[in-house]
Design a protein around this ligand. Structure first.
Ligand SMILES: [Mg+2]
Length: 349
């Protein structure tokens, strides 16, 4: 097996800010790393990492990890064995392991002559899976502009956790009075009382679907339960839901969970995280970091295990190097993917 990888900066159309970096105005590009595996039989698999500082990953930690990998220990016909080997290279490093897991499964499904969702017997129902479109933290004027640009998308996800939250929701409602809106606080509210007060304000809007991660991931179970009992809106765990091992705890403190490939070391872990959440009676959502069409399309193969999709960041970047699923009016579709097997992703030419 041959392994190659390259750093690539994903450029955003608008600076991207969430509660943790809103004060500094957000970021205009996100460094990522793309990997490619190819075997002697000519089978090829591609992957992407989406490193997030929140989970101690950067493009540098990804490059360092990949530099330590012996590609002879990776095989498209033994993905579990390959992942077990990667655990011996170094603990953690979920982003780097994500890129390799995605590339291994792309190759495994290509080798089987099937789309990944077929190989995993999940299927994919066209016309069912609509992604939300994310509006990052910005000034009310910028929010108005971004919401107008997102007119084609029926569901918005508004990032909150800044002093401008009320002005920002008001600005959104000026131009999108009826749209369904999801809200993501990214751990911004420090106490259960502060969280409840904000959620009650959001519920008064009447068109808020749910609230994601109101409090820090380190919040104790007693406070999570307190908020869950009183919240007028469903609560989804993101930073609190790393993977399947958190399902029982999240079932007590939330109504649903947001699964991301960068948190679960790829598709294998994401599938387990979704299945564990469903078994625990939780609603499920698939989300993303700042990602190209490669990783967004990889995640879309798991759509049948979800109630909600938030797979939109390929729509926010201006230099997407890949083509995969389409998202017209937010509807995720495999109908026009450039390949019928594996992930279905090709490089843009
Ligand atoms: Mg989130």
């Amino acid at each position: 097996m041959k392994l190659t990888f390259r750093r690539f900066d994903l450029q955003l159309a608008h600076a991207w800010a969430v509660s943790s970096n809103a004060a500094t105005g957000g970021k205009s590009f996100y460094p990522t790393v793309f990997v490619e595996l190819s075997d002697d039989a000519g089978v090829r698999g591609i992957g992407e990492c989406a490193p997030s500082a929140r989970y101690h990953d950067t493009s540098d930690t990804v490059l360092a990890f990949l530099g330590k990998v012996n590609p002879a220990r990776l095989a498209f016909d033994d993905v579990p064995g390959s992942m077990a080997y990667l655990e011996t290279v170094a603990p953690g490093n979920y982003a780097a392991k994500c890129a390799l897991n995605v590339a291994l499964l792309d190759g495994a499904a290509a080798r089987a002559g099937r789309a990944l969702h077929e190989m995993w017997e999940l299927g994919f129902t066209e016309g069912r899976h609509v992604t939300s479109y994310s509006i990052g933290i910005a000034s009310p004027e910028k929010i108005r502009e971004k919401v107008l640009l997102a007119a084609a998308y029926p569901i918005l996800k508004l990032k909150v956790g800044s002093p401008d939250d009320r002005a920002n929701l008001a600005a959104l409602r000026e131009v999108a009075p009826e749209k369904i809106v999801r809200v993501d606080a990214n751990e911004a509210w420090r106490t259960k009382e502060e969280a409840l007060q904000n959620i009650e304000w959001l519920a008064a809007d009447g068109r808020i679907e749910f609230v994601e991660q109101p409090m820090p991931a380190a919040t104790g179970l007693a406070d999570l339960r307190w908020l869950r009992e009183r919240s007028p809106l469903p609560l989804f765990a993101d930073e609190s839901y790393r993977g399947a091992e958190d399902a029982a705890r999240c079932a007590e403190g939330f109504h649903g969970v947001n699964v991301k490939l960068a948190k679960t070391a790829g598709l294998t872990g994401a599938r387990e995280a979704l299945q564990a959440a469903l078994r625990a009676g939780l609603q499920t959502m698939l989300g993303c970091m700042i990602e190209s069409s490669l990783l967004i399309t990889a995640a879309a193969h798991l759509a049948e295990l979800t109630d909600h999709l938030d797979l939109d960041t390929h729509l926010l970047i201006t230099n997407d190097p890949y083509r995969g699923v389409t998202a017209e009016q937010g509807m995720i579709s495999f109908a026009n993917t450039p390949r019928q097997t594996g992930l279905g992703v090709e490089e843009r030419r």
